[in-house]
Structures are given as C-alpha cells and as structure tokens.
Design a binder for this molecule. Structure first.
Ligand SMILES: Nc1nc2c(ncn2[C@@H]2O[C@H](COP(=O)(O)OP(=O)(O)OP(=O)(O)O)[C@@H](O)[C@H]2O)c(=O)[nH]1
Ligand SMILES: [Mg+2]
Length: 640
C-alpha cells in the first residue's frame, strides 16, 4: 500500500513573468527524464507544452499545459503556465491544484511585477516554492543580484539545493529550526547527521520557512539536472493526501473531446471517486454522474474507473462543470486568489445570422474552459458579448473559433469594463408585500470602502425579525444584486449592512427575500449615487536611455504616472501605472517607439475612480429592479 502511495505524482507548477523560460525549462525536464525523445524549442514552434497553433506561431504560452515525467522513479506532473497577464486566470486556477511551485526568475531581468503577483498568490495559498534563476548564459546575467532581489522583495530565506555543502545548509537551517540550532551551537557541525539535516530541509520547505533555489540556463540544460534531483527528493517526502475522508477535489483543466464531450481534469486532495458516482459540484450546486473515470499519469490516461486522493482524474460526463469548480467539498481546497480580471468586452458576430447557434455553443465551451470569459447574450439587440482580459486574449479567442470550430467570427473593438462604487453612505428600503401573496421587508445601509476592498456584508437583524435562513438568502443574492448598478456596471468596494426588516410567519414565501434584495440594494444605490471606476495596469519597461523623453511623453499622454527611471549601462528601467482604457494599444506603440529595443511587462492592478468626464454608462440589461411591477412579474416567472 505504501508503495502505491509513494508513487502518486507530485503536482508542480512553473510560474513566472512572460519569457522567463518556463516552457523551455519544462521541455528540458521532459527531455532529460526521458519523457520525450527529441527536445523541442519555443523559438522553433515545437515545444511540447506549447501545442496550440497560436502558441507555436507567437512563441508564447496561452494555456496552462500539463506534462508528465518520472525522475528516479518519482512521478511528477508538471503544469507549464503562461506568463502573459492576459492569461493569469490560468495561473490562478493552477495554483489550487499544486503541491509546489517553481518560480522562474530571469538572471538578467530579475524580479518583475508579474513575479511579485505570483509570489503573493502562492504565499496566500501556502504553496511551497522553489526558485529557478534562469538565463545565466545571457549577457548581463547576475545571479547574485537576483538572489538578493528575491530576498529583499519577498523576505524569503533562500537555500541552495541539497547537493551543496553541508555547512551552508546547517547554518541556514539552524536559523529556522531551534532543535538544530541548539545542537549546532552546543556540539558543533559534526554532531548533526545528514539525516537530521535532510529532515529539517524538507520540513522547512513544506512550511515555507526556506525556499530552495537553483541557478542555470534552461536553453542549454544547465542546472536542470540539479533541479530535477531537488524535485525528486522533495516529492518523495511529501505528505500523503487523505484517502479515507470525503471527496474534495478541484478541476484545474477542462477539455472538449469531439467524441466523449467535456472532460474535467481534477486533482483529488481527499477521498476517492469511481465510475457512476453521483458527484456534487459544490461551486454550482449541481449533481452529475461521472460516466467514466481515468487516472492520469502523464500523457497516458488509464481507464481505471476510479481515482483517489493524491491523484489526477480525468472525469467524463460532468457537462455542467467548469474549469476551477470544486467537487465534493471545499474542505481540502485552497481559496482561489484573484490575480486576473476581465477589463474589456467585445462584441462577437458570425459571418451570417444562421451561424449564431454554433457560435454560441463554441463560446460556451471556451467560457467553460476559462470562466473569466463571460458570455453575455443581449436578447433585445441580439448581440453576443464576451468579457476578456486583453488584446492578446481576443486574438486567441478569434484563433480558437477558427481552428477548432471553423467559425470565422467578426470581433468588434474592445470596450472597457467599468465598475461602480457608491458616492457616499446612504440607505435603501424595499417593502415587498404586494401583489399578494408575499412578504419581505428590508432596509439596507451602504457605504463606500477603499478601492480593492470588494464587498463586505453584515447583518444587524435578529432572527425573530428575519429568520436566519432568509438572511442567508439575502446574503447569497447580493452578488446578483450588484451585477448592474444605476450606471449599468458591476458595483464593488462597498459595505452592505442589513439594518432592519421583517418576514411574516404566514405570508412570506420561500423566494420572497431573493426577489426583494435587488430592489432594496438598487434603491440604496440610486439614493447614494455611484462613481465610475476604471481598470488600471501596472507596467515595467526597459528601453535605451536616450528615448526617455519620448517614452515619458507617451505615458503622460495615456494619463499614466511613473517613477523616475533607473539607468543601468545605458538601459533605463521605469515602473508606473496607466488606465487600461488609454493603453489598449500601448504594447504596439511602445515597440514602434523603441524600434523593438525595449521590453514591456504589464499586469492588471485593480480598479480606481475615473477622473471627471471619463467613463461611460450603459443601459441596464434585462429588467431593472427599478421597474418594480415588470421586475416582480418577470421574477415570478409570469413574463416570458
Ligand atoms: N539565452 C537563453 N535564452 C533562454 C533561456 N531559457 C529560455 N530562453 C529563451 O527565452 C524565450 C522565452 O522562453 P519560453 O520558454 O517561451 O518562456 P516562457 O516563460 O515559457 O514564456 P511565456 O510562456 O510566454 O510566458 C525563448 O526565446 C527562449 O529560447 C536560457 O536559459 N538562456
Ligand atoms: Mg511558456
């Protein structure tokens, strides 16, 4: 039994800023471990984990791709994630399925804003991290400087991989491990056995007290064997998942098979599943039967009919499940740390009206694979709208529609997704007692919160006035109620307090509070008024020093702000932020200004208030709670 458990694959993810070398490193690991016979190259469009047509064409990863290898008989499942911020949702989901992560940092460019974002997400999720300092072979590489940068920016205690000398290990580890320190100080280095050192190394790694690092150059295979040995060593010592408990699993990849339909790849953290089990999708509340279960070991899917904790299962038959959904229970699954957000939307049209059903089905599948692509069907104007994270994602959607579904879609110009925030504190009231039979009375107080706070809910009402079960319904309906504010956009960064209200023992129907909540919230939002907020990107750029004037002009022109650039050997490095609305084409303009001699890294930072005159309102989609009678009839199902 122990033997089998030990053989469960370690699930590791490669994370980094764009172009750091994740795919190249993955390729090397697959090659050195004998998993692939011929080494592929990103630059030649034949890397194994960049298998999509567009990835090969552009030389950039778009989707998280998993591959498999075995190192010294330790199976490892490796997820190569994309670094471009348009695809951060892939990283966001992958993090939940990982045992550990390799954070790749370029020895030339060093820590980038994207590195910081991923580091924070991994830290909040409690994922152990190995650093791989890549591109040591390139001119301007400085491993020591980058290691210092990591220590300074992240406050991380770095430790060489275990092959390095014992004294360094003992010194670093005794700084963390009290038992070891005592022995080291009192009895000296000689008294510490290799075994004790190994044990301290492993436990400190899993507790995120130390972060092993390896430096190398993936392109020429330098440092890759050292990394493999480290991975193999740490993987063997991992803690075994809980097989006896109830099912707790997370879907981290979703595929559409032409014959078999939707296939969900789930990492099981607890419990087990077998063919024909009725599986509870706790993210959407549905129950679905698993038609077939295969155990995934790398490229092979073995038709075992069952899978258990620690393993990856390909589950067939979950046609309602989406990527990122949790199965069984949330108990063993990390919260999803939000690092991606759709900031734009585009209209998508087929060449002819008759293709709408096929287009709708295709975008529905894309949205299930990446739930951040929201599909909005505007019944009144017959418009199909998708929310997207950026220009590159639009390009990918266009390509996928063409390649996979043979649909030549016309994609409109991107429009910014704004948000709303209450302008001031205020309150709203709804008395839903007519037309009978119904009874739900609610009074809400709302107040704006700092940007980035999200939505906070609190209730001050006792159970005698509104039963707890109804209050739970109110809370569950809040996201729905905030989907569209008075200006047509999602409302956020506010606190909602359920201040007062009442149910009626005889007249209240089960759905009354669900129906009333949006009316009460909208009443409050109209009274307080709302301010528009716009998405902001952070950027870090490098460019030849003499172009500083031009670059600054460009950034000011986009309502951007920046820190004064630092200059290293004629190359300027500048950080700052700009509104997404003004920077939709920044990447293209930047490369034309610098003539391709610069680098640009951007990522979504958050929403900030629009300056006066900026932003736009959109009409309410569907029936607004402000049209009281129509809304009530509609919600009660009387209006088609
Ligand atoms: N000189 C040098 N070049 C490297 C090394 N590793 C990767 N590269 C090059 O860097 C570029 C980007 O490599 P990728 O492996 O695609 O980087 P990535 O992190 O997967 O990029 P995204 O998936 O797009 O985020 C390619 O041109 C590689 O050939 C290295 O160790 N040395
Ligand atoms: Mg890649």
């Amino acid at each position: 039994m122990d033997q089998i458990k030990e053989k469960a694959p370690w699930n590791i993810g490669l994370l980094a800023h764009v172009d750091a070398g994740k795919t190249t490193l993955t390729e090397q690991m697959l090659y050195m471990s004998g998993s692939v016979r011929k080494i592929g190259r990103v630059d030649e469009g034949n890397a194994h984990t960049d298998f999509m047509e567009i990835e090969r064409r552009r030389g950039i990863s778009v989707r998280a791709a998993s591959a498999y290898f075995s190192w010294k008989s330790q199976p490892v499942n490796i997820i190569d994630t994309p670094g471009h911020s348009d695809f951060s949702s892939e990283v966001q989901r992958a993090i939940r399925a990982l045992d550990a992560a390799v954070l790749v940092v370029s020895a030339v460019e060093g820590v980038q804003p994207q590195t910081e974002v991923f580091w924070e997400a991994l830290s909040s999720s409690g994922v152990p991290v190995i650093f791989f300092i890549n591109k040591k072979d390139r001119e301007g590489a400085d491993v020591k400087r980058v290691l210092r940068e990591i220590e300074d920016s992240f406050g991380a205690v770095l430790i060489p991989s275990f092959s390095k000398e014992k004294e360094t290990m003992a010194e670093i580890l005794s700084g963390i491990n009290d038992k070891l320190l005592e022995k080291y100080v009192e009895q000296g280095l000689g008294s510490i056995s290799e075994e004790e050192l190994l044990e301290a190394y492993v436990s400190s790694f899993y507790q995120r007290d130390v972060f092993p690092f390896v430096a190398g150059a993936a392109l020429i295979g330098e440092g890759v064997e050292e990394l493999l040995n480290l991975i193999g060593f740490l993987a063997r010592k991992r803690k075994i998942d809980d097989e006896e408990g109830g099912l707790s699993a997370v879907i981290f990849k979703l595929k559409h098979d032409p014959q078999m339909g939707r296939v969900a790849y789930a990492r099981l953290f607890s419990g087990s599943i077998k063919n024909r089990d009725l599986i509870h999708n706790v993210s959407n509340g549905s129950y679905e039967k698993a038609v077939q279960i295969k155990k995934v070991t790398g490229a092979k899917e073995i038709d075992t009919g069952k899978a258990s904790a620690g393993e990856i299962a390909a589950i067939y038959g979950l046609s309602n499940s989406r990527n990122g959904d949790v199965l069984g229970s949330f108990s063993h699954i990390r919260n999803e740390i939000k690092i991606a957000s759709p900031t734009m939307r585009v209209r998508v049209m087929p060449q002819s009206e008759t293709e709408y059903p096929a287009l709708l089905e295709a975008v529905g599948k894309l949205s299930a694979e990446d739930p951040l692509i929201e599909v909005i069907w505007e019944q009144s104007s017959k418009e199909l709208i998708l929310s997207v994270t950026g220009r590159l994602q639009i390009e990918v959607i266009e390509a996928l529609l063409k390649e996979r579904y043979l649909i030549d879609a016309v994609i409109g110009a991107p429009q910014i997704i704004y948000k709303e925030r209450p302008s001031r504190p205020g309150s709203g009231y709804v008395e839903y007692t007519m037309p009978k039979p119904c009874w739900a009375i609610l009074r809400f107080e709302i107040e704006p919160l700092e940007r980035g706070s999200g939505v906070v809910f609190e209730s001050k009402v006792r159970n005698e006035k509104i039963y707890t079960k109804y209050q739970a319904q109110v809370e569950q309906t809040i996201p729905e109620a905030l989907r569209q504010g008075p200006k047509g956009w999602q409302v956020t960064d506010l606190k909602i307090t359920l201040a007062d209200g009442e149910h009626h023992v005889a007249h209240t129907h089960p759905m009354d509070f669900i129906l009333a909540t949006p009316m009460g919230i909208m009443d409050a939002l109209i009274k307080t008024g709302t301010d528009l907020m716009e998405p902001i990107n952070r950027f870090i750029i490098t460019y030849p020093e003499e172009m500083t004037g031009k670059i600054i002009g460009e950034i000011i022109g986009m309502r951007g702000t920046f820190n004064s650039p630092s200059i290293r050997k004629g190359t300027a490095v500048m950080e700052g932020r700009y509104p997404v609305a003004e920077g939709i084409d920044f990447s293209a303009r930047f490369s034309s200004i610098t003539g391709g001699r610069g680098t640009l890294n951007t990522h979504f930072e958050g929403y900030d208030l629009c300056p006066p005159g900026v932003g736009r309102e959109v009409p309410f989609r569907g029936i607004s709670p402000t049209e009281r009678e129509k809304y009530i009839l509609h919600k009660r199902g009387a209006v088609l």
